[in-house]
Unconditional design. Structure first.
Lengths: 110, 119
């Protein structure tokens, strides 16, 4: 049950788009459409951004979008804003009926 | 207001035991799966365990299997995590997290309780 692989850090200027990848295996990311994404500002509860690969809960900005190809899911943040600076995690159901988080990506707005 | 409130954290010696509790309110507790997730300060989130609505199904991360037991009391709207044979690497903030209804993601988080395993 190794963590899904995410880049440790991604940065961008305000208004730019950035993409965070989440790579697993056919036993998790690639095997199910059950990948979700969370934004975590330290000291606060993580916030659900995307569920079931590409669905946004009400109230989440459409600047957040996801794609998936094979064993990799990717979160794109468009029109980067200062408030987007946070840690981001992917989360997947697995073939063992367990779950696994990504290693986490720190997003910095330059 | 939907709420999850963890308690029971503290300092324990290696090899010791601790039981965490998670009190739920503001929703129909017995309709939802509940997860435990932990985070070492400065590190990433790690999924620990999950219990289904009637405790007929439980799952664990390999790192805690055989040492941790998740359970729930639907009459008390409470989930427990019994942690035995604790190791230094179990030191973390433990979060109680609600599984979304009939889905494979989580949607409501508690504020967490800190467990420190040290002699």
């Amino acid at each position: 049950q190794s963590a899904l692989t995410q880049p440790a850090s991604v940065s961008g200027s305000p208004g730019q788009s950035i993409t965070i990848s989440c790579t697993g295996t056919s036993s998790d990311v690639g095997g199910y459409n059950y990948v979700s994404w969370y934004q975590h500002h330290p000291g606060k509860a993580p916030k659900l951004l995307i569920f079931d690969v590409s669905n946004r809960p009400s109230g989440v900005s459409n600047r957040f979008s996801v794609s998936k190809s094979g064993n990799t899911a990717s979160l794109t943040i468009s029109g980067l804003q200062a408030e987007d600076e946070a840690d981001y995690y992917c989360f997947s159901y697995t073939v063992s009926s367990t779950y696994v988080f990504g290693s986490g990506t720190k997003v910095t707005v330059l | 207001e939907v709420q999850l409130v963890e308690s029971g954290g503290g300092l324990v010696q290696p090899g010791g035991s601790l039981r965490l509790s998670c009190a739920a309110s503001g929703f129909t507790f017995n309709n939802y799966w509940i997860h435990w997730v932990r985070q070492v300060p400065g590190k990433g989130l790690v999924w620990v365990s999950r219990v289904n609505t009637d405790e007929s199904s439980t799952n664990y991360a390999d790192s805690v299997k055989g040492r941790f037991t998740i359970s729930r009391d639907n009459a008390k709207n409470t989930v427990y995590l019994q942690m035995n044979s604790l190791r230094a690497e179990d030191t973390a903030v433990y979060y109680c997290v609600r599984g979304a209804l009939r889905a494979y993601y989580v949607d409501v988080w508690g504020k967490g309780t800190t467990v420190t395993v040290s002699s």
